[in-house]
Structure formats: C-alpha cells, structure tokens
Ligand binder design. Structure first.
Ligand SMILES: O=C(O)CCC(=O)C(=O)O
Ligand SMILES: [Fe+2]
Length: 276
C-alpha cells in the first residue's frame, strides 16, 4: 500500500446511497470498506434515539452491559442493569479503567421496543443476519476483525471514530484470535513496537451514516459522546472464509470454523468469542 506523508492516515471512500449492484460490485465483492451516506439518515430512529426516548420506551428493562477495562472484550464481564440506570452512567464521563458498555447485544432480544425504528439495509443478501446494538459514551472497542463475514456499522445518534487496517497489516497488530493484544489508543510503542509500521485508514461515522467492514478487516472504534448504533452482520461464503487474504495466518479460519464444531454447537462458541 503506497502513500505519501500528505495523505496519511488513508481516507475511506464515501458514497451516497449506492444501488445494491454498485455496492456488490465496487465494495462487497472486492472486499473494500466504504462509508455510505443517505440510507440510515432515512430511519425513524435518527429522529428518535436519544437517552430520553430510550428511557421512555424501555427504561425499566434489564439489559446486559459489559464491564471492561480499556475496551478489552477478551476479559469483559457482563452484568444486568436497568436501561435507565445504564443511560444515566453513559450520560456522564466514565472514570477509571473499568468502563460500562452496552455493546453487541441483539436488538430484537434486549430492546424489542425499538426494532420498528430502523430497516435492514438492502445490501444484505443473506437470509441469516444479525442486528446488534451499541449504546454508550467514553468507550473504546479494541482492534478486532470479523472472521465470519461482513458488517455495516450504522450510527443513529452521536458519532464514532474508527481506525481500519487492511488484512495485510496483521503482522503489525499482535493478533490473538480475532483480536489485537494492543489495549490502548494511543498505542504504547515500547510494548508493541511493530505497531509503528501499521498503515491505517481513519474515518468519523456520524449520525445517519454507515460504514462497511469487509471480512478480515481490522478496526478499533472510539466513542466519545453518547452514541447509539446498530450493526448488521452477515456471513460470507465458506470459500471466502476459508481462504483468508494475505496477512491473515492460513490457520485462522480453523479457529472459527472447526472450534464451533468441536464445542458441538455454534451457540456455545458465540457465547465465548462473540461475533463482533
Ligand atoms: O462501536 C463499537 O464500539 C464497535 C463497533 C464494531 O466493532 C463493529 O461495528 O463491528
Ligand atoms: Fe467489529
């Protein structure tokens, strides 16, 4: 990947509401990230979703929230908390290195009151899909890639700052399963010197915008102000999953394809590693 100092960090392409055919041809098939405007902005959710609304429709619900240090999903603990109590925490600056984050929870299951407020983007071409929500502020999701397929990060309110790394940057990212061992941004270069060589794309995803992550693309996500988002996941074909692009160790798919079989059901597997 060639770039001069002037155009660094690399920029993610932006496009206004592409057709399904354009999306498939230009981004999904070649595995190229893109920021899409003009789709999520039509959702009712964009007018509705703030703390007050969420509190009024589902404030009494007990929701699963992760307690995590420095965005680390690997050692996060999940606890149940009333949505209104969580939103109160999320409205203030969180201190210390233990943060609460309502992250990657299936929307239909935990907040059925809000599923009518959004529509599944037509770019998703599989019957099986998963919609999860992220609600929080002052939180960080450590670098990871999705080993099973594609994702669309749809920001409803607030904004997220995302750094993306192509699969060929993996040698500099200290991979552990589908995560990076790097646990902070800015990165401690004494602890992780190879990171200094990593080339990344950076982009801000604002309310009404969505970012497409191809399979095996690394991303770390910073959320400062209170932000609500829905992420859709849909699987790539077995062929795409089993033949990872250059940079991803050849045995990586084995971890995600054979281990579930080993554990007998995919359900147990997802409970352990999560589909992020
Ligand atoms: O918003 C976040 O904290 C993480 C989002 C993410 O990892 C994704 O959309 O795949
Ligand atoms: Fe992700």
């Amino acid at each position: 990947m060639m770039n001069s100092k002037n155009d660094y960090p690399l920029q993610i392409e932006r496009i206004h509401a592409p057709s399904v055919d354009e999306f498939n041809r230009l981004y999904a098939e070649p595995g190229k990230p893109v920021l899409i405007t003009g789709v999520v902005s039509n959702w009712e959710a964009c007018k509705l979703w703030n703390s007050q609304y969420l509190c009024s429709v589902a404030g009494e619900r007990e929701v699963p929230v992760k307690r995590m240090s420095n965005g680390s999903y690997l050692d996060a603990r999940t606890e149940m908390i009333r949505l209104k109590d969580y939103l109160h925490v999320a409205s203030k600056e969180q201190n210390g290195d233990e943060l609460l984050y309502l992250s990657e929870q299936p929307v239909e299951k935990i907040l059925p009151e809000i599923v009518e407020d959004y529509t599944v983007p037509e770019y998703i071409n599989t019957k099986e899909k998963l919609a999860v929500c992220y609600l929080g502020s002052h939180v960080y999701s450590q670098m990871h890639f999705h080993p099973l397929g594609k994702a669309l990060l749809c920001v409803v309110s607030g904004r997220k700052n995302v750094k993306l790394y192509a699969p060929d940057q993996t040698p500099f990212l200290y991979q552990k399963y589908n995560f990076s061992k790097i646990d902070s941004d800015p990165v401690d270069l004494e602890k992780y010197p190879l990171y200094g060589k990593a080339k990344y794309y950076e982009c801000e995803v604002k309310s009404g915008e969505m970012l497409f992550f191809p399979i095996y693309w690394w991303h770390g996500v910073e959320t400062e102000e209170f932000t609500s988002a829905v992420v859709f996941f849909w699987n790539d074909s077995r062929k795409v999953r089993w033949l990872p692009p250059s940079g991803i160790p050849w045995y990586t798919p084995l971890i995600f394809e054979v281990a579930p079989w080993y554990f007998k059901t995919k359900k147990i597997f997802n409970g352990i590693f999560g589909i992020f």
